[in-house]
Design a protein around this ligand. Sequence first.
Ligand SMILES: Nc1ncnc2c1ncn2[C@@H]1O[C@H](COP(=O)(O)OP(=O)(O)OP(=O)(O)O)[C@@H](O)[C@H]1O
Ligand SMILES: [Mg+2]
Length: 280
Amino acid sequence: MPSNPFTPTFGVTPPLLVGRQDEIDDFRFALQEGIGAPERMTLLTGMRGTGKTVLLTAYEDVARSEGWLVISETAEPGMIDRLTKTAVPGLLAEIDEQHEPRPDFRYRMNQLLDAIEPEDGVLISIDEIRGTEDFELLSHTVQHLRREERNVAFVGAGLPSSVQTVLSADRPTTYLRRADRRHLGMLEADEVRAALEVPILDAGRGIASDALDIAVEGTRGYPLMVQLVGFETWQASRDDNEITAEHAQQGVATAQRRIGELVHEPALADLFPATSSSRG
Ligand SMILES: Nc1ncnc2c1ncn2[C@@H]1O[C@H](COP(=O)(O)OP(=O)(O)OP(=O)(O)O)[C@@H](O)[C@H]1O
Ligand SMILES: [Mg+2]
């Protein structure tokens, strides 16, 4: 029996990432374009489960494929310490075994940038950003490196409220205010259709067209729900080669019950009112 291809889990890249191609293309273009490209500074916002982390991962993959090094962190306490003592020295050691240890993030970054070819670059990707002292330090370092015309790019992601806090801080990181802002919203119905159908077919099962309609409708275009509906619909059809409308109804109903356990955000109440979970 083929295994379930869907990924109803935070931070896990879906089998098919839909509706984000413009973001990904713009970012690749910015890395190719040169140091002045606006998307080299990008801030992603979106409510829980809209795919911020997954898009950061896609950006990181783009950077690697363009020959850039990638430093990937979460803006938890101790971020700069981890970047300085682990992430940057780790990359440096891959390039050059003999480097002077000196615990300063900006110095480390300069060392790393000196060690790579001038046409290559370093992407710093930070998830769950919020207004911490560490994040401020990171922002200033990136700002300096950019001013020195270093090949660095920064992508950050966070909930709209956290990003707002960062941007309205006492000592505002002004340049971050000018960062390219991308708000991740709901997916279009045809995108959801592809996100559900392609992985199912790829994994060796069929889906009836009325079943697909029900599943697409049940997601309301919400990215996490796409994976959850896909997962539960697949589970409901466990013993069959073809997903039927009945399986889809069952899958949507289970997904609607589970979504509340996964996400506690008032905005979701409008998308999936509690009464709709009685469906199916
Ligand atoms: N474009 C997409 N197409 C299909 N599935 C997606 C897409 N974007 C995200 N998903 C799925 O939605 C779920 C949530 O994604 P992710 O963890 O990236 O959200 P997030 O915005 O980072 O959430 P949080 O605010 O809780 O950190 C995952 O299961 C992921 O596989
Ligand atoms: Mg996330």
